[in-house]
Design a binder for this molecule. Structure first.
Ligand SMILES: [Fe+2]
Length: 491
């Protein structure tokens, strides 16, 4: 929601009985939403208390919401145009000083992105009520209508895996606040309907940071598809932002107390501003701190793996690694001893060759994410601010330029699986052949078909399908098939 660098807003203090955001996230991430409903409710009450203390820019009357949304959308477009003009005039990237900065962002927002859409899940139960239809459609679109190549969670998982950024579980608590809120809302639509509607209104507005992020990720050679997809689906004309407004209008019209509904809707809207967000994550990045953290994590397994001949400043590497707090000092001594040449391409450093060269002694120790952090840190002169652009040597080819070049060469790998039109939804046999060939997943799908055939009624079948469309399950083979069938039955 923020359109500029913003300080991280701290959630309300934790009461003794309520879990941290991270604890609740992992409690709910694997399913069992109903089992933890009371805990989720206590957590949400704590977050709502914090949200009520925040200011927002939403008009005080429902009748003004449409104009407010359109004006915001126009303003974001103008700000983005100004950004592009600045860039064309030679301004540096506004968000990402280096590729590792961008990868850090992708990893840091993973807990939120991996439960994308979750806050709407509990509305599925109201599938027979047309007033819920706009928000149910939004949830189905988050799920890619059951097409894996369009499912937002599947897409983000692939992005993380391709960049080796998938070790996000150790992130700090503030990175789990938004995901925990989304999962907590998923557990209780009966009690929190106005808050869900308001949270959705805030989440589905097109923010400036999404446009800039997409532009700069592409520039750094990183596939921006997950982000560009949200630029188109969130549009205020016909997209999720429009459906969010429809949802407010239709559901508030039926509220017993519309004024109370609107007040609580605003509380839900403000929940978007708690915890870490895109701009705070980008603003907090510290290249050297991230490298030190990576090296400290390595030291746990690496401290007894080196020979005593490996010495830096008179101490063995095992000695250095035995004291994680000494890692910054060790890096400095590696530099003093000439093993690392800051401000030069990484390839000029002997230390880099231990990690990345033929027969490298430490081959495979660092993931590609970790190597990128090390590479950019080496290439950044010690005197430079850690967030400043690094002297990375060769010019980076943008992601789209690389795709075009590969397509020209006829390389099949250039064709993104999600680039084409969705494959048709099978109307008479919902389990697709590819799904049925998927080993154990295939037999699970056959069992689902059998259970649905025995369901006896449409409501019974829908209940069965909804269970498979939870935030924890919708991206599995069975969840995707359930989503496709649900969509057909809803039509
Ligand atoms: Fe999404």
């Amino acid at each position: 929601m923020q359109t500029s660098y913003a300080p991280m807003l701290t959630p309300a203090p934790r009461a003794a009985a309520t879990p941290s955001s991270k604890e609740l996230y992992f409690m709910l991430e694997h399913g069992a939403l109903a089992e933890h409903r009371d805990t989720a409710r206590a957590y949400l009450e704590r977050q709502l208390q914090a949200a009520r203390a925040l200011r927002d820019d939403v008009p005080s009357a429902l009748a003004q919401l449409g104009d407010w949304m359109r004006e915001r959308s126009v303003a974001v477009g103008q700000q983005y145009r100004a950004y592009l003009d600045d860039r064309r005039a030679g301004a540096p990237r506004r968000y990402f000083a280096s590729r590792s900065h961008a990868l850090y962002f992708i990893k840091a927002v993973a807990p939120t992105k991996l439960v994308d859409g979750a806050w709407l899940f509990a509305l599925l139960e109201r599938w027979e009520d047309p007033d819920f239809r706009p928000l149910i459609q939004t949830y189905l679109e988050e799920l890619g209508d059951g097409i894996a190549e369009k499912n937002h969670v599947v897409l983000y998982k692939k992005l993380l895996a391709g960049l080796e950024c998938d070790h996000w579980q150790g992130l700090d608590d503030d990175k789990f606040v938004q995901g925990a809120i989304q999962l907590a809302l998923a557990s209780d639509a009966t009690h929190y309907l106005p808050e869900i509607v308001g949270y959705n209104l805030g989440y589905e507005q097109l923010p400036l940071h999404l446009l800039i992020t997409s532009y700069e990720l592409n520039e750094l050679g990183i596939d921006p598809y997950y982000f560009t997809l949200h630029i188109t689906v969130d549009n205020a004309g016909t997209g999720h932002a429009h459906k969010a407004l429809q949802g407010v209008q239709q559901l508030m019209a039926n509220a017993a107390d519309p004024a109370e509904f609107y007040r609580r809707m605003l509380d839900g809207y403000r929940l978007n501003d708690l915890g870490a967000c895109t701009t705070s994550v980008i603003g907090e990045f510290d290249l050297e701190a991230e490298l030190v953290q990576i090296m400290q994590a390595k030291s746990v397994v690496g401290q007894n793996m080196h020979s005593d001949y490996c010495r830096v400043a008179g101490r063995s590497i095992n000695d250095w690694l035995a004291e994680p707090a000494q890692i910054p000092h060790m890096l400095l001594e590696l530099e003093n001893a000439g093993w690392i040449k800051r401000g030069e391409p990484a390839e000029n450093s002997r230390f880099w060759k231990l990690i990345q060269s033929e027969r490298a002694e430490m081959f495979g120790v660092f993931s590609s994410y970790e190597q990128q952090i090390l590479r950019d840190w080496i290439a950044t002169p010690r005197t430079a601010n850690s967030g400043a652009p690094a002297a990375t040597g060769a010019r980076v080819i943008s992601f789209r330029a690389r795709q075009r070049a590969l397509e020209t060469l006829g390389d099949g790998a250039a064709t993104r699986p999600n680039a084409g039109k969705p494959r048709g939804v099978i109307r008479h046999h919902p389990a697709r052949e590819a799904d049925l060939d998927a080993g154990d997943g295939g037999s699970e799908l056959r069992r689902l078909e059998q259970r649905l055939a025995a369901a006896g009624s449409k409501p019974a079948a829908m209940t069965m399908l909804i269970d498979l469309m939870s935030p924890a399950r919708h991206h599995s083979a069975a969840g995707l098939m359930a989503t496709r069938i649900f969509r057909q039955l809803l039509a």
